[in-house]
Design a protein. Structure first.
Length: 83
């Protein structure tokens, strides 16, 4: 899965990403691990790959990482940003 090309505009400053969903005209702020997940979704990636990255880069167990990644991905699907 990956972000829908042309359906969003984003700017990262430090550890915060501001995302504008062009289809819905809604703004979102993504911080912390969410910013890293957003980066991963810029290219084709799977939930499993994102979970592995989060476990490797942050102090979190696989169960918690999976729950958080799935929640993040679900929210992006709700606002029509994932293809």
């Amino acid at each position: 899965m990956r972000m829908r090309a042309g359906d969003y505009s984003a700017r990262t400053i430090g550890n915060e990403t501001i995302v504008l969903s062009l289809p819905t005209s809604r703004y979102f702020t993504v911080t912390g691990v969410g910013t890293r997940l957003f980066e991963l979704l810029a290219s084709e990636t799977t939930v499993d790959e994102m979970v592995e990255t989060v476990v490797a880069e942050y102090e979190v167990d696989a169960v918690t990482a999976r729950r958080d990644v799935e929640r993040f991905v679900g929210r992006l699907r709700e606002v029509q940003l994932l293809g």
